[in-house]
Design a protein around this ligand. Structure first.
Ligand SMILES: *[C@@H]1O[C@H](CO)[C@@H](O)[C@H](O)[C@H]1NC(C)=O
Ligand SMILES: *[C@@H]1O[C@H](CO)[C@@H](O)[C@H](O)[C@H]1NC(C)=O
Ligand SMILES: *[C@@H]1O[C@H](CO)[C@@H](O)[C@H](O)[C@H]1NC(C)=O
Ligand SMILES: *[C@@H]1O[C@H](CO)[C@@H](O)[C@H](O)[C@H]1NC(C)=O
Ligand SMILES: *[C@@H]1O[C@H](CO)[C@@H](O)[C@H](O)[C@H]1NC(C)=O
Ligand SMILES: *[C@@H]1O[C@H](CO)[C@@H](O)[C@H](O)[C@H]1NC(C)=O
Ligand SMILES: *[C@@H]1O[C@H](CO)[C@@H](O)[C@H](O)[C@H]1NC(C)=O
Ligand SMILES: *[C@@H]1O[C@H](CO)[C@@H](O)[C@H](O)[C@H]1NC(C)=O
Ligand SMILES: *[C@@H]1O[C@H](CO)[C@@H](O)[C@H](O)[C@H]1NC(C)=O
Ligand SMILES: *[C@@H]1O[C@H](CO)[C@@H](O)[C@H](O)[C@H]1NC(C)=O
Ligand SMILES: *[C@@H]1O[C@H](CO)[C@@H](O)[C@H](O)[C@H]1NC(C)=O
Ligand SMILES: CC(=O)N[C@H]1CO[C@H](CO)[C@@H](O)[C@@H]1O
Length: 744
């Protein structure tokens, strides 16, 4: 009896199982059919002829659950479709997702799927369509996914329109990422109110407007809020202080105004705070000192004012501190952290002496105190910071000698001490900086000569700026050993003697090395996410009679400026081998002889200034081959003969660039050359002597008008590459906004 019952019940069980099997196998067939139909609509990946090769295993003859990227449950229903980074190319329109009732995870990120987002995926808990070519708006109907959806990633597509308010119906939302699209409109407050589980909210790099909704306070589990690179405006809501769970808050590169709310002091779990590139005003709140977990604090490029709270010293875990480009004043607060990797206080009004505590930063790589009101001697210990790569102390009031350190070698690649009151000899500590690429000691009071060791002690040197000091002696020929040197500025000193002939060995002035564009990068982990801190190199040079600071693409800077010294002798003809030169300024010296015949070899030269020397002879006709030349000054020499003609020269129409020479004639001067002969000889011929006297008289009148008036408007035809550089310079804020890159 018992046995029979048992048989009966097992028979029933088997019967039901069979029924189930038939029905699910019908469902499974349907799913397989749907997937195969979708496969048939996909285009060959990367233009190859093999159609949808990542789906080779998708064959009707094979069981669906063994296909690549498919996961099934026990009954054979598809639960997961996961094909990230497989080169899929096509749309989702043929994939009837409603036919997959068990599907919970759809991950097709990093493919080339275009079209719109499928609207009716009711069962999904996980949808990752990031890094595709989706376009259109986020459908308002998505909430058919309702309660289940926990992870939604639509990052890096071409989605536009606003974030639908109805998304707030997905009550279980945990991670939400719509970053790097073209979304507009305001952030719907309902998202924060109705998503109690939300931990990560990424909407950066869109065009969102409006303010940060106060309702953010309802998202009590929120750990990451990334809203940077949008067009958000208004004040930072005080309510932000209620989201005590926040660990990473990025609001940078928006148009936020008003002060930093005191309530941020409540965010004691905060590890990363980035509010740079906004229009914030007021003081840095005292409460910032409560953020003891903070590792990175970036408030740069705002209008913050007043003193930085001394309480900042409480931040013992600080690794990055950037408050540059504000109106901060007072002394630099004591820092208790010993973990600093980068600190920038540039472009403020900080006063006081160099903070000794910075010497104790064993890991410091970037130190920027430029453009403040710091004074006093530079401490010897400064040179003990072994990992330091970049040091900018320029445009302060530091004075005294640069003292030696005992340490053997330093990592420094970039040293900017320009525009201070430093004096004494050439800093010998630099002999220890074997990795030095950029050295700017300009606009100080350094005396002494350039040491000859520079040629072998700093073998990687690419930029050497010593202008406007009191350096003297001859220019050491050892500079020509610097095979990477591409920019040399020794102007405004008291150098004597001749220009070393073996400058022609400066091979980087023949072929500039473009890899130098690479910006300084520090990569670092914050909460298991890689963060890159990018710092652009900068140099300040005299470019077309004005000092410009160039940032970023300084590989294009190739030039020699030896102006305003006491150099004598001739211009070495060997200089014309430096065919990569973009500017050459030898003005205001005592150079004599002729302009080298082959000056036309310098094909990329844009600025040539040989004015105020004792040069004689005629202007070499090869000068007309300088197709990029747009700033020329040959005035105040003893040049004679006809001004050569040539396409680019014809654009230099200002006669003052030739003024005050003995006997130049021809365009653009108003002086015609005498008939039949354009040569110098003609000008000194007896028959023309009267004419020449008149000419010279005329010329002095002309010179009187222009002499001392050094600004002229040359044609603005900038060489293409320079334009890029200038643009970047103007576009600085944009650059800085890119400074933090998260590789999440
Ligand atoms: C799913 O959406 C597509 C297009 O959006 C539509 O053609 C299809 O009928 C929908 N299916 C269900 C079951 O709603
Ligand atoms: C993606 O597809 C578009 C056409 O739909 C094509 O123009 C583009 O080159 C593809 N991109 C990649 C990376 O394959
Ligand atoms: C921001 O989005 C634009 C457009 O999608 C893209 O070109 C740019 O690289 C993105 N920037 C970052 C940092 O992701
Ligand atoms: C949101 O937070 C406010 C106060 O911060 C509170 O009054 C309100 O009830 C909260 N709403 C929800 C839906 O939790
Ligand atoms: C700080 O947080 C507590 C609870 O987390 C909250 O009660 C308080 O209002 C918050 N203060 C501010 C200024 O937001
Ligand atoms: C935050 O800082 C203020 C001022 O420094 C202090 O009075 C307050 O007790 C701190 N609050 C917390 C929660 O630490
Ligand atoms: C300081 O300001 C100048 C001029 O506005 C700018 O070129 C430079 O990049 C700024 N420095 C930093 C470190 O932001
Ligand atoms: C340089 O030193 C001289 C005296 O040695 C002084 O008169 C001058 O002001 C100093 N220049 C600067 C910029 O400090
Ligand atoms: C450079 O020229 C100087 C003399 O002007 C000479 O002593 C030296 O050997 C030359 N160096 C090289 C590398 O040619
Ligand atoms: C003088 O210049 C004219 C054109 O300006 C040219 O045709 C002629 O050959 C030149 N003569 C000499 C001797 O260079
Ligand atoms: C979303 O996808 C992008 C690209 O695949 C990825 O970098 C990012 O980390 C994802 N976001 C989240 C929150 O996981
Ligand atoms: C390599 C080296 O000598 N490092 C020393 C630099 O100076 C500091 C402080 O004087 C020492 O602690 C280092 O050992």
């Amino acid at each position: 009896m018992a046995l029979r019952t048992r048989n009966q019940s097992s028979f029933l069980k088997a019967f039901f199982l069979l029924l189930l099997c038939i029905s699910t196998s019908r469902g499974t067939e349907q799913e397989a059919g749907s997937l195969l139909r979708w496969k048939s609509t996909l285009l060959p990946a990367n233009g190859g002829d093999e159609p949808s090769s990542p789906l080779l295993s998708w064959l009707a003859t094979k069981p669906m659950c063994s296909w690549r990227g498919i996961m099934c449950d026990a009954t054979g229903r598809v639960t997961e479709l996961s094909l990230p980074g497989t080169g899929l190319h096509g749309t989702l329109s043929a994939l009837d997702l409603a036919a997959f009732p068990a599907l919970t995870k759809l991950d097709l990120h990093n493919n080339n799927i275009s079209g719109s987002i499928p609207a009716n995926i009711s069962s999904l808990t996980y949808l990752d369509m990031s890094q595709n070519s989706l376009s259109g708006e986020i459908p308002d109907t998505l909430p058919s996914m309702k309660q289940r959806m926990r992870y939604l990633n639509l990052s890096a597509n071409g989605l536009y329109g606003s974030i639908p308010r109805s998304l707030s119906n997905m009550r279980g939302m945990w991670v939400f990422d719509v970053s790097r699209n073209k979304l507009t409109g305001a952030i719907p407050p309902d998202l924060f109110m109705n998503w109690p589980e939300i931990t990560s909210f990424y909407a950066q790099n869109n065009s969102l407007t409006g303010s940060i909704p106060p309702e953010v306070s309802n998202a009590s589990k929120l750990q990451t809020l990334f809203l940077h690179r949008n067009n958000l405006y208004g004040k930072i809501t005080v309510e932000i202080g209620r989201v005590a769970s926040l660990r990473r808050l990025m609001l940078s590169s928006n148009s936020l105004t008003g002060p930093i709310p005191h309530s941020v002091g409540n965010l004691t779990s905060l590890v990363l705070l980035g509010i740079f590139c906004n229009n914030l005003i007021g003081k840095i709140p005292l409460e910032i000192a409560n953020l003891t977990a903070l590792e990175s604090l970036d408030l740069d490029t705002n209008q913050l004012e007043g003193e930085v709270p001394q309480a900042l010293s409480a931040l013992q875990n600080l690794q990055f501190l950037d408050v540059s480009n504000n109106k901060l004043s007072g002394v630099i607060p004591y820092l208790n952290t010993r973990k600093l990797l980068a600190i920038s206080l540039a472009n403020n009004s900080f006063t006081g002496v160099f903070p000794i505590v910075l010497c104790q930063q064993l890991y410091l790589q970037i130190l920027d105190l430029s453009n403040n009101k710091l004074y006093g001697k530079l401490p010897r210990c400064l040179w003990n910071v072994q990992d330091l790569l970049f040091m900018d102390l320029s445009s302060n009031a530091f004075s005294g000698n640069v003292q030696m350190s005992k340490n053997f070698s330093l990592s420094l690649e970039s040293v900017h001490l320009a525009n201070n009151r430093l004096s004494g000899g050439f800093p010998h500590v630099l002999k220890r900086c074997r990795r030095l690429l950029i050295l700017d000691l300009g606009e100080n009071n350094f005396s002494d000569t350039i040491p000859s060791w520079i040629g072998f002690s700093n073998p990687l040197l690419r930029v050497l700026i010593l202008r406007s000091n009191m350096l003297h002696g001859s220019i050491p020929w050892q500079l020509s050993q610097l095979s990477f040197l591409q920019l040399l500025d020794l102007s405004g000193n008291s150098f004597m003697g001749s220009i070393p002939r073996n400058f022609s060995n400066l091979i980087s002035m023949m072929q500039p090395k473009p890899e130098f564009n690479v910006p300084l990068e520090i990569s670092y982990q914050i909460l298991h996410h890689l963060v890159l801190y990018i710092y652009t190199e900068r140099i300040n040079i005299n470019w077309k009679r004005q000092y410009h600071t160039f940032e970023g693409t300084i590989a294009l800077m190739t030039g020699i400026d030896l102006s305003s010294n006491y150099l004598s002798g001739d211009i070495p003809p060997e200089l014309t081998k430096l065919v990569g030169l973009r500017f050459l300024n030898l003005s205001r010296n005592c150079l004599s002889g002729v302009i080298p015949e082959d000056i036309g070899n310098l094909v990329v030269l844009e600025t040539l200034d040989l004015s105020l020397n004792e040069l004689s002879g005629s202007i070499p006709s090869s000068i007309s081959e300088l197709m990029s030349l747009n700033s020329l000054n040959l005035s105040n020499n003893h040049l004679s003969g006809e001004v050569p003609t040539g396409s680019q020269l014809q654009t230099l129409v200002d006669p003052s660039i030739y003024s005050n020479n003995f006997g130049l004639c021809g365009f653009p001067l108003d002086i015609a050359c005498s008939d039949g002969s354009n040569s110098t000889a003609a000008l000194f011929g007896h028959s023309h002597s009267q004419e020449i006297e008149a000419l010279i008289l005329y010329y002095f009148v002309l010179a009187g008008l222009t002499f001392g008036f050094w600004l002229w408007t040359g044609p603005l035809l900038l060489f293409e590459s320079w334009r890029v550089t200038m643009f970047r310079c103007v576009d600085h804020i944009q650059d800085r906004a890119a400074k933090w890159i998260f590789a999440i």
